[in-house]
Design a protein around this ligand. Structure first.
Ligand code: HEM
Length: 480
């Protein structure tokens, strides 16, 4: 779908809405029945709609206008040029039906000056120098986890990756041991995912089974995070980590953050900081298992550059292919497959009218597979990231971490972590799919393997060289 006209700087539009599906129906009951069907398989629905209507389409839910967008120019307007006119809408901020039920007023779910202040406060924990200091911890935790792995064993890789990334985020950002919380957090994450993607026409206070589970999940998250906060308050110590920043920093009026606000930020970072990276690794293992040539090339790079020793931060420069494997997994299977923005005032985006309250769903999954921008869009080809043509790509065609002022704050943390964990594990193990078990993606808030990721471990022969071969170093974006 091509834009009707160029941007008019946000003036109210007289243009018409583009076409789109009407399967949602008109009344509440019809909407409800539609969404019950939709949430069973959102990816097939949106893929079909893009094939039918192009990369910008319109649909109505009740009286509200909605768009689905996989067009880089339109996304640039939403994320950057008109970022001030688009805010996080009720799917994030509503205490009745949005993510705020769990994350409160944290970074993901807040807006305006409040968000800006919080982002400024949290940002130092994600500066390059701080993030780089986490590298050894990430590898330590991975090696420790691998001590329990055995050749030939069947493991649920999803559980392994979740536990690993959860314990890493707790140690690096909160200097806490989260190993005993794993099963509670896992249950809470499942509830958060479902609660935001379940159609309901019942009043919000009615204690349905899912709502009871949501309240329970919130109590579990509170207990874990207030545990971190209480422990730190008890010592009064400034350990210079994110938690100390949250508890000790003062605003312009000398006010400290309340416990509730510290809780909201901590829960946000605890949840946003592990599940996404775990799923990125899940999809990477799944793709590698189906592409033995890519896997062999990855192993060759790791063996040549590391010679069997554990990877360090500086080694990432010698592992350009490893980085392309992660990049390509994030393209084909972006853990955050869709995000939304809501018009805070009447505006127009590239000729598309967006009255106040219009919500635009940015379809990252479809953008990354857009046939106008990617050759062989559905194929897993890490090499594409090493071709000169990749430089010509529209910058807003690849957005695993979104973009503009609300770009993922953990972008570098996650990139470094995914590279280090992939390198450490792939040095030692191949992960094989099990015959007869099909892995299906579920797409709720994040995209994850619907029924877990059972795989068979195959120990790789040890690399005997003690010294790695001379390998050319290339610039690694994280280290520049
Ligand atoms: C591969 C892993 C990750 C992916 C794919 C990812 C993706 C994203 C995306 C797409 C957004 C934008 C959300 C929106 O606009 O609705 C986002 C925001 C955010 N992410 Fe990540 N993320 C990852 C890892 C992390 C990590 C490791 C952390 C923290 C340790 C983190 C913390 C956040 C926070 C706090 C926000 C909200 C930022 C703001 O609005 O100011 N993420 N992430």
């Amino acid at each position: 779908m091509k834009p009707a006209s160029s941007d008019n700087g946000g003036a109210v539009s007289t243009g018409a809405f583009p076409p789109g599906p009407t399967e949602m129906g008109e009344g509440i009951w019809q909407n409800y029945l539609f969404y019950r069907r939709f949430f069973k398989d959102p990816l097939s629905h949106v893929t079909r709609w893009m094939e039918t209507y192009g990369d910008v389409w319109h649909f109505k839910i009740g009286d509200s206008h909605n768009y689905a967008v996989a067009n880089p120019d339109v996304i640039y307007e939403l994320f950057v040029r008109q970022a001030k006119r688009f805010i996080k809408g009720p799917a994030y901020t509503s205490r009745k039906s949005g993510l705020a039920r769990f994350m409160g007023d944290g970074l993901v779910t807040s807006n305006g000056d409040f968000w800006k202040r919080q982002r400024r406060l949290v940002a130092p924990a994600f500066h390059a120098i701080r993030v780089h200091a986490y590298a050894d911890t990430m590898v330590d935790y991975t090696l420790k986890r691998l001590e329990a792995w055995n050749d030939g064993a069947l493991v649920d890789v999803d559980e392994e990756m979740m536990e690993l990334t959860l314990t890493i985020v707790a140690r690096t950002l909160f200097d806490a041991d989260a190993s005993s919380t794993v099963s509670q957090v896992k249950k809470a994450v499942a509830v958060v995912q479902k609660a935001n993607n379940t159609a309901s026409i019942l009043p919000h206070w009615l204690p349905t089974p899912l709502r009871l589970r949501s309240w329970r999940a919130n109590r579990a998250l509170d207990k874990i995070v207030y545990g971190f906060i209480d422990q730190r308050r008890a010592t009064g110590e400034d350990r210079g980590d994110l938690l100390s920043m949250l508890l000790l920093s003062e605003d312009e009026d000398g006010e400290r953050m309340s416990d509730l606000q510290a809780r909201d930020e901590a829960v946000t970072l605890f949840l946003a900081g592990h599940e996404t990276t775990a799923n990125t690794l899940n999809w990477t293992w799944w793709l590698l298992a189906q592409h033995p040539q890519v896997e062999a090339k990855l192993h060759a790079e790791l063996d040549a550059a590391l010679g069997g020793r554990r990877p360090k931060l500086e080694d990432l420069r010698k592992l350009p292919y490893t980085d392309t494997v992660i990049k390509e997994a994030l393209r084909l299977m972006p853990a955050v497959w869709s995000v939304s923005r809501t018009a805070a005032k009447d505006t127009e985006v590239r000729g598309y009218p967006m009255p106040k309250g219009t919500t635009a769903q940015v379809m990252i999954y479809l953008l990354h597979r857009h046939p106008d921008h990617w050759t062989q869009p559905k194929a897993f080809i890490p090499e594409r990231w090493l071709q000169p043509e990749i430089e010509q790509l529209h910058k807003y065609t690849y957005l695993p971490f979104a973009g503009g002022p609300r770009v993922c704050i953990g972008n570098s943390f996650a990139t470094m972590e995914a590279n280090l964990l992939l390198a450490t594990i792939a040095q030692r193990y191949r992960l094989r799919l099990i015959d007869g078990i099909e892995i299906k993606p579920a797409a709720l808030i994040t995209m994850f393997p619907r029924d877990g990721l059972p795989m068979r471990l195959e120990r790789r022969p040890a690399v005997t060289r003690t010294e790695s071969q001379e390998v050319d170093s290339v610039p690694f974006s994280m280290l520049e």
